[in-house]
Design a binder for this molecule. Structure first.
Ligand code: ADP
Ligand code: MG
Length: 637
């Protein structure tokens, strides 16, 4: 037996290991299972290239709990280590690796985020164990070795009588970590980190029906049938799927395989995904994965943090912020890449060249997939549009490359359910919806019911009205106006229909300028100026006498502010709800208001008309509504 002291240059790293990343103690299991997997895959590689004559067989990794002995065992059938290798890889390489890691990050625990996901390696065992043993037999013709360390820098290394190839790690679980002796806790951890690792992982056994046993049915004298019980067999409880869908080629997979894998990833999710996108590159970086579009609707928040990030089939995190573009964090699925540096902080990650390339690759793949889905089955794409538009629109807003590509598949539905691409829309409306200044005016509604009368008015003019109802639509419109030349978007209720698209057909006014001034004075005495801007308009005499609109610009800025960004810079934080009161000077009622002799009747006509105009916009509420109803009953008596 040999004894030694691990070469500690920092005073003592063991207490540090225990303290480090307190909440992340559980990663020790992932580290040890990863090592066991590496050792097995290395052996496979050596046998494949004919380097060693041993048989590879069907190795597995086993996790065992010894509750009484307070021990946790991780056993592999990999290539093992000789005593010299233990000395080299465990006492020197792994130790200095852990030491360097801690030295680098011990002051930056706050910046942890992604730090700590990898790096500590074998020595992370000391986060939960007071003593660790390694019993290992190399594939080489050499005696097995037994290493023991109790968390001080002293270790012992002696011969062992282990005969089967491979390594067994024994953790003597510390008093404060006995949770890791609970079967349920280990099951949870294995499911979280190791569910898709490439070597089968056994954790206990389970009972299964014996497939070779066909239960016999016998009939007794009275004709009563009895079937013997199904014979059970005990099989290994393998907790992982070593070949998950993303590790396969797209050509090997059917639609049902993709859906099946989705259920494997999200067992509690009942809804099926709408589309999937298979990611698969090996140059200039390595990346595989499958992304899914879930049914999204208009909710922007509930779906985040569902994409899982793996490195060589080892789970790392489900926070992919900084790795995939923000708009895609609403998707689900897996990304696996050994090229994402994980022992760095998020801010560093976002500046990393490889990560930037990965992010733009994913963006491009998503855009290409959308385009091909649109081209191959437009009807289906249209049917799903409402559930995916939020992601697409968000992408159009935040990624210029995506915006450019989206022209081929982004849809603009009309209130009647026709879906246009931008170019189709342009061709459809340019003749009728270009104003006198040669500007294309795109009309839209955000709510078919609330804006019903305005939509109808626009339709009678032959205008096409879009239905744009996602929560970020004001931002999108702003973006479209700045990208598409000479185009403006106007909501149907932002002005009288004659003013939505201004053309050169002036209506002759019945009122003289003098009468208009007089009318304005009368109106302003009664209409509250903090709520309404009175605006006299010469319109068709059959158009409504009073009408309430909210100017496009004001409303949009307010909306943009509510959904973040944009409007904020205009300092409209406390902007009151301002509306325009459009008064049709050619209407009969307005003539009557002007010519009425008694002040009292004039006031009543104005108040009642104003209330009616508010009512048609859903703006009349509370006491004002009660007053209106009472007054109306008085009037019809
Ligand atoms: P890393 O896995 O990043 O190399 P670790 O600290 O996890 O760092 O492990 C250090 C080294 O110890 C490994 O590179 C390997 O050589 C050796 N090792 C650890 N666990 C095993 C094992 N189960 N079988 C064989 N060698 C192992
Ligand atoms: Mg390791």
């Amino acid at each position: 037996m040999s004894k030694g002291t691990i070469n500690v240059s920092v005073e003592n790293i063991f207490p540090l290991i225990k303290k480090f990343l307190y909440s992340d103690h559980e990663i020790f299991l992932r580290e040890l299972v990863s090592n066991a997997t590496d050792a097995t895959l290395k052996l496979k590689h050596l046998t494949n290239i004919g380097e060693v004559s041993v048989k590879y067989g069907t190795p597995k990794i086993e996790i065992k709990i010894d509750k009484e002995g307070k021990k946790l065992h991780i056993i592999d059938q990999g290539l093992g280590m000789t005593a010299d290798e233990v000395q080299k890889y465990i006492n020197e390489v792994a130790f200095s690796g852990a030491e360097e890691f801690l030295d680098k990050y011990k002051d930056k625990v706050d910046d942890a985020g992604i730090i700590g996901h990898f790096g500590l390696g074998f020595y992370s065992a000391f986060m939960v164990a007071e003593k660790v043993e390694i019993i290992t037999k190399s594939f080489k013709e050499e005696p097995a070795a037994h290493w023991t360390c109790d968390g001080s820098p002293q270790y012992t290394l002696e011969a062992s009588d282990k005969t089967e190839r491979g390594t067994e790690i024994i953790l003597h679980i510390a008093e404060d970590s006995t949770e890791f002796l609970e079967e349920s806790r280990i099951t949870t951890l294995l499911n979280k980190y190791n569910k898709f690792m490439p070597i089968p992982i056994k954790f206990g056994t389970k009972e299964e029906n014996d497939p070779s046993h066909e239960p016999e049915t016998t009939t007794d004298k009275e004709g009563k049938e009895t079937t013997e019980p199904q014979r059970k067999i005990t099989v290994d409880n393998i907790i992982n799927n070593p070949t998950p869908a993303w590790t396969k080629q797209p050509s090997e997979l059917e639609d049902t395989d993709y859906k099946g894998f989705y259920r494997e990833l999200y067992p509690t999710q009942f809804e099926e995904p709408l589309f999937n996108i298979h990611l698969n590159v090996d140059y200039p970086f390595n990346l595989t994965g499958i992304l899914y579009f879930p049914k999204m609707g208009n909710d922007m928040n509930i779906q985040k943090d569902k994409i899982q990030l793996y490195q060589n089939q080892v789970f790392v995190t489900d926070n992919v912020e900084g790795i995939v573009p923000e708009f895609l964090t609403m998707l689900r699925g897996v990304i696996d890449s050994p090229d994402i540096p994980l022992n760095v902080s998020r801010s560093y990650l976002q500046a990393d060249g490889a990560v930037k390339k990965i992010s733009s690759y994913i963006t491009k793949k998503v855009a290409d997939k959308m385009k091909s889905l649109f081209n191959s089955n437009r009807e289906d794409f249209e049917a799903k549009w409402n559930d995916i538009k939020i992601v697409i629109e968000y992408g159009m807003l935040s990624e210029d490359k995506f915006f450019e590509k989206s022209n081929a598949f982004a849809l603009y539905p009309s209130v009647d359910g026709t879906y246009y691409t931008y170019d189709e829309l342009y061709n459809k409306i340019k003749a009728n919806q270009t104003d006198k200044d040669d500007k294309l005016v795109v009309l839209y509604a955000s709510d078919k019911d609330a804006q019903h009368s305005y939509i109808e008015a626009a339709k009678t003019k032959g205008y096409e009205v879009l239905l744009l109802d996602s929560p970020i639509v004001s931002h999108l419109i702003q973006k479209l106006e700045s990208e598409k030349e000479n185009t403006s978007f106007v909501r149907v209720d932002s002005d009288h229909v004659d003013n939505l698209i201004k053309k050169d057909e002036a209506t002759v006014s019945k009122l003289s300028d003098e009468e208009k001034t007089k009318l304005e004075t009368i109106l302003k005495e009664i209409v509250p100026s903090e709520k309404f801007m009175v605006q006299l308009e010469t319109m068709d005499s059959s158009s409504a006498p009073f009408m309430i609109t909210q100017p496009e610009f004001m409303r949009r800025m307010k909306e943009m502010q509510q959904t973040g960004g944009g409007g904020g810079m205009f300092g409209m934080g406390n902007m009151p709800e301002m509306h325009n009161l459009i008064v049709n000077t050619n209407s009969e009622l307005v003539s009557e208001i002007l010519n009425t002799k008694t002040k009292k009747k004039q006031e009543r006509l104005i108040t009642q008309s104003l209330d009616l105009a508010q009512l048609s916009q859903g703006l009349l509420k509370g006491e004002a509504l009660t007053n209106f109803i009472n007054r109306s009953y008085e009037m019809i008596k």
